[in-house]
Design a binder for this molecule. Structure first.
Ligand code: SF4
Length: 334
């Protein structure tokens, strides 16, 4: 059984990819209130879902707590055109207070756009109704319109693509913008991509933003890799997108400009790559072999640590500091 760590204080909400907030130096803030996913997609970059072999902790963040961190982050960025993008390392619609989260983000004057990313298994007609008028855009990943293949790609026999198709149509008819964002897994859904483009155009996706955001499959360390699938190069990927653009007369090669995303100074880093420091252990980390620790009001994921009780101070060397996401390696001293 995977444990669920409920976070309602004490643990900082910056520093981890698995929960909290991520500021990558633009006007978009990634909001990650939970980490769980009901699907087990065979290409999942974060090894999410019931079939995960590497996850041992899932996170659930208290609504008031994440909003208070979000407000402070917005204040420190000092801009008034923020996009709050609820993306998570799982499915954001599994967050029990997702509608309240969207409502609370909407109340923040600096937030101009709220968007969320999902494969849609939990996107019911009722939920879409509750989100209408509150959320601006849903990025919906549909990787195949065919029942059998959709189940196979989602790694889940119970997954019903027909329900997701109905949800997509409902979203497209609502005031919520719809972006269809398939993951193109070479050799597995090549022939599905043109059909998905036709589908997105036929239902009226992309009222404000682009209708499609085709994503390239990448074999990430720690992610799931379908047997026999080799990622194509970026050059090949863009060449194929350009061909499809010509065939369907739709924009498929996207840039941050298409979403109004611009560079903005990120919050100052608290830890620096190469730095050696003591961190306080909180407990087991997100994945096997990781320990969750904290230093200078940031979460640090520590690799190669021996088992140490929560509350211990251990010495680590910071090995990653990009985007205020911190990884460190145990250096031996406890
Ligand atoms: S790809 Fe997305 S929906 Fe699929 S298992 Fe991973 S997090 Fe879940």
């Amino acid at each position: 059984m995977r444990r669920i760590l409920r976070i309602n204080g004490d643990i900082p909400l910056m520093g981890s990819v698995a929960f909290g907030l991520i500021d990558r130096g633009t006007n978009l803030i990634q909001v990650r209130p939970s980490s769980s996913c009901p699907l087990s997609c065979i290409f999942c970059s974060t090894d999410a879902g019931p079939k995960s072999r590497t996850r041992r902790t899932e996170f659930l963040v208290d609504l008031n707590y994440i909003i208070s961190w979000f407000e402070r982050l917005v204040e420190s960025k000092g801009i008034s055109d923020i996009e709050a993008h609820i993306d998570t390392v799982g499915d954001p619609f599994l967050y029990p207070k997702i509608v309240d989260l969207v409502k609370r983000l909407r109340d923040i004057p600096e937030v101009k756009v709220i968007s969320a990313q999902t494969h849609g298994p939990l996107l019911t007609q009722k939920l879409i109704g509750e989100l209408e008028g509150r959320i601006d855009r849903i990025n919906l990943s549909i990787d195949s319109l065919e029942e059998g293949k959709a189940k196979y790609l989602a790694g889940s026999d119970w997954f019903r693509i027909d329900k997701v198709i109905e949800a997509a149509k409902r979203v497209a008819q609502s005031s919520i913008d719809l972006l269809i964002a398939p993951i193109w897994v070479p050799g597995l859904n090549d022939e599905d991509i043109p059909k998905i483009i036709e589908f997105a155009l036929s239902i009226g996706a992309g009222k404000i933003w682009p209708a499609l955001g085709i994503q390239k499959y990448e074999a990430y360390r720690g992610g799931r890799k379908p047997k026999g699938v080799k990622p194509i190069s970026w050059g090949e990927f863009y060449r194929k997108l350009a061909e499809l653009e010509r065939e369907f007369g739709v924009k498929l090669i996207l840039s941050p400009d298409d979403f109004g995303i611009r560079k903005v100074k990120p919050v100052d880093p608290r830890l620096r790559k190469g730095e050696i420091l003591n961190v306080k252990v909180l407990g087991e980390g997100w994945k096997v072999g990781e320990v969750l620790a904290v230093a200078r009001n940031r979460v640090v994921t520590v690799l190669d640590s021996p088992p140490v009780p929560p509350g211990s101070l251990i010495k680590v060397r910071v090995i990653r500091d990009r985007d205020n996401i911190y990884y460190a390696r145990f250096t031996g001293g406890v």
